[in-house]
Design a protein around this ligand. Structure first.
Ligand code: UDP
Ligand code: MG
Length: 328
């Protein structure tokens, strides 16, 4: 059997307390399963001693590799950078704070050997503040409702083991605000989740401020759905519908008044025309905004420059076609 070479991709932002322990845990698990590894640490603009600790680790063990950003670019971008340099197969993406326990990697490997190309961790419970828990739950459910990708896994984070085929696809994305767990789902192939208990952060404080979490949620929702833009059309249609219904109601009332079937007090003079015209025009505006939104969503989708498709395998095809070529 070919020897196993695993790449670990770990973004780190002020993780001086965690870096050494993470390395030790990875080392011990790799020894246990007899795998060689590289630990790619992305120092995402830390201002504590993370970088010097990583350099020390690297001196002891050159399998520790370091990408150090010039400033804080964010967790998701750090993962993108790490994946670009990951030469192993499979590749494991995990957090530095050991909330993604390396001990479930053997289980993931077993599934990978069975042919699964992505095995992601599903958090069966979180030891986190109740408000954060509710927000997470709500976000994943909203994302699932809004996105055309119906297989975006619920309650799964970025912790995963990926086959090199999937990683090769992930490297092709050029999105400047990547949402890793969405892109990973988008790629396809056989994927599955493994439930795990998510322990509290080993040391230090969370590096995801509420603002950062909000941005991540927004990136996820906006880059995988244009529903927000489409909603303006619905709003416009509803407003127009009420405006037309109201106009019809008033017209009928006026006819009934003229025929002396109802009392004239039920219609306030001088009220109908402005209300109907304002609401009708508002409705029209919303509809046109929605149509513009639709065009913007197409421009947005095109500008993300995602590959149009992903091929799992090619049979009996040797040379590439000339002209419009595939890049896979
Ligand atoms: N992280 C990063 N850049 C950031 C924020 C976080 O590289 O701007 C890293 C952090 O060091 C950790 C991982 O992303 O390895 C997840 O962050 P954290 O554990 O603080 O998030 P939480 O688990 O609280 O959601
Ligand atoms: Mg964490």
């Amino acid at each position: 059997m070919k020897s196993l070479f695993i790449s670990f991709v770990v973004p780190m932002y002020n993780e001086q307390e965690c870096a050494g322990i993470l390395y030790a845990r990875i080392l011990s698990i790799c020894k246990k399963i007899g795998a060689n590894f590289e630990l790619i640490c992305i120092n995402d603009g830390s201002f504590d001693n993370t970088l010097s600790i990583l350099k020390k680790l690297r001196k002891k063990d050159p399998r520790v590799k370091i990408i150090s950003f010039a400033r804080n670019f964010g967790h998701q971008i750090a993962i993108v950078a790490g994946l670009k340099y990951a030469h192993g197969n499979p590749v494991v993406v995990m957090d530095a704070d050991l909330q993604d326990p390396p001990e479930i990697i053997p289980q993931m490997l077993a599934k990978w050997r069975q042919g699964f190309k992505v095995i992601y961790g599903i958090r069966e419970d979180r030891e986190e503040m109740w408000l954060k828990k509710i927000c997470y739950k709500a976000f994943y459910r909203l994302l699932l409702k809004m996105s055309p990708l119906k297989n975006i896994p619920l309650d799964a984070g970025d912790f995963c083991l990926m086959d090199k085929k999937v990683v090769a696809q992930m490297r092709k994305f050029k999105e400047d605000r990547p949402f890793i767990r969405g892109l990973r789902t988008w790629v396809g192939f056989k994927q599955m989740g493994i439930e795990y208990h998510r322990p509290p952060r080993m040391a230090g404080k969370t590096k995801y401020s509420l603002a950062k979490l909000f941005h991540l949620a927004f990136d996820g929702l906006l880059s995988f759905s244009s529903l927000a833009l489409k909603m303006t059309i619905f709003a416009g249609l509803i407003i127009s519908f009420f405006s037309i219904s109201y106009a019809a109601y008033i017209s009928i009332s006026r006819i009934l008044i003229m025929l002396k079937i109802i009392n004239s007090n039920s219609v306030i003079p001088g009220w109908t025309t402005p209300v109907v015209s304002i609401t009708f025009l508002m409705g029209l505006q919303f509809i046109f905004l929605g149509i513009m939104g639709e065009y913007i969503s197409r421009i947005y989708s095109q500008s993300k420059d995602r590959p149009p498709y992903v091929i799992e395998e090619k049979l009996g095809l040797n040379g590439k076609l000339t002209g419009q070529q595939d890049e896979d």
